[in-house]
Design a binder for this molecule. Sequence first.
Ligand SMILES: Nc1ncnc2c1ncn2[C@@H]1O[C@H](COP(=O)(O)OP(=O)(O)OP(=O)(O)O)[C@@H](O)[C@H]1O
Ligand SMILES: [Mg+2]
Length: 359
Amino acid sequence: MTLISQEIFDRIPTAVIVVDDKRRILHANRAALDLVGINAPGRDLALNLRHPAVLDGLDRVLKGAPDAEGEFTLPVPVSRSMSYRIDRLPGAPLDDSSIATVVLNDITSAKKAEEMRADFVANVSHELRSPLTALIGFIETLRGPASDDIDARSRFLDIMHRESQRMARLIDDLLSLTRVEINEHVPPRHAIDVSRSINNVIEALEPHAAQNGVTFEIDCPPDLPNAVADSDQLHQVFRNLIENAIKYGGENKPINIMLRVVDRIPGSSRPGIAIAITDHGQGIPKELIPRLTERFFRVDEARSSSGDNTIGSTGLGLAIVKHIISRHRGHLSVQSAVGQGSTFTVFIPTEIQPRIERS
Ligand SMILES: Nc1ncnc2c1ncn2[C@@H]1O[C@H](COP(=O)(O)OP(=O)(O)OP(=O)(O)O)[C@@H](O)[C@H]1O
Ligand SMILES: [Mg+2]
């Protein structure tokens, strides 16, 4: 192969290996080197690619089969899924001089996305199935054994109302999550007064908090700069976190909300505002903290799927929070101690003030 054609060959992002009838490597491009470490022409391909499916396919093609294709997994150094396609070179005679091309593609990301999508559909179906099963059960009971029982009817209708609201919330939250994900690559640009946003959320949740004897203690400096944010989405973040603090923070306990300016948002070089929401409730076991923002994750499944306190609990709240914060190029940190309470801290960027040079 000439220098120029090797250069062109190297620019192909797919791994291409050309072998002779003895499986010896004649040519391999840079992608083949990156993907499976092939860099020594003349060696048996089996020394680099020990996968039986590929080698059998190659032997079949070299003996006359027109082509072979499939998928395989390379377990080391990290597990990777690959697709392969083997062709006898067009026009090459089927004799001692026949040659074949082996084309490899890394399909690990596509496979992972496929698995995640399947898991997601399974989770959604399960989450919708449970309230629906309850509804069907109660409808059947009301039509049959409880048809004349006025007390049971009113009790069952209450439960049916709750379960149908749960389904409606699940669908609203899923749509909300999808909307956030669609825009996640476009950071918001508006200047937003964070303390006003917090106060609006508190005002809306005040009746619910009062029912549980929960009070709010807010600590906010007077000269807080504006955040660069999307007003509705910021409201949604604070609403989810404060709702959680009310729900899991226990009755008759305060919720502390502290706002501060920070020079650097963790993991970024931008300045921002930190909003820490602290409750004094049951807390979260340390090992479960990384899982909180997973879709449908709940620390206590049993508690979330029953009881008046958790009506409409979908396990999607913190997943939505995470995606909104990521769109804002912010950060979420969680500190918690079982039996003592939790602090969820949101970091949102502020406008970068131009430096004023004084002479
Ligand atoms: N402040 C908190 N204290 C203790 N546990 C919490 C707190 N916030 C969240 N959790 C736990 O994390 C889980 C996930 O929270 P998330 O907000 O995502 O869902 P949810 O509250 O169950 O449902 P939704 O927000 O849709 O009503 C909760 O089920 C709860 O177990
Ligand atoms: Mg929640």
